[in-house]
Design a protein. Structure first.
Length: 98
């Protein structure tokens, strides 16, 4: 993925929205979702799951159960993984987000 900053007319995000037709952007710091190039805040409950997964929360008992789980799950690509284990991704110059 690519990360673009800003909402103003001279920003990379604005240019990308016009050139590539990608209009919906999320601010990774605030979780606010904007439609570019217009720049208005999108308030729609259908996006709540995306906002939640930006900063998920867990109850103490959920965290404790992770170390007891031995059942593998499968991701959308068919790869098996142990829930609770998060792999690192090579994201080029954005690996600080990992």
């Amino acid at each position: 993925g690519k990360y673009f900053q800003g909402r103003g007319k001279k920003t990379a995000a604005h240019t990308h929205s016009v050139q590539a037709g990608h209009y919906v952007f999320i601010n990774l710091k605030t979780g606010n979702i904007y439609c570019l190039p217009e720049g208005y805040l999108v308030e729609d409950s259908s996006l709540d799951d995306i906002k939640y997964n930006l900063r998920p929360t867990f109850r103490p008992e959920e965290i404790e159960s992770l170390s007891k789980n031995t059942t593998l799950s499968t991701d959308i690509f068919g790869q098996s993984y142990l829930p609770g284990f998060v792999g690192m991704n090579q994201l080029n110059k954005t690996d600080f987000v990992n």
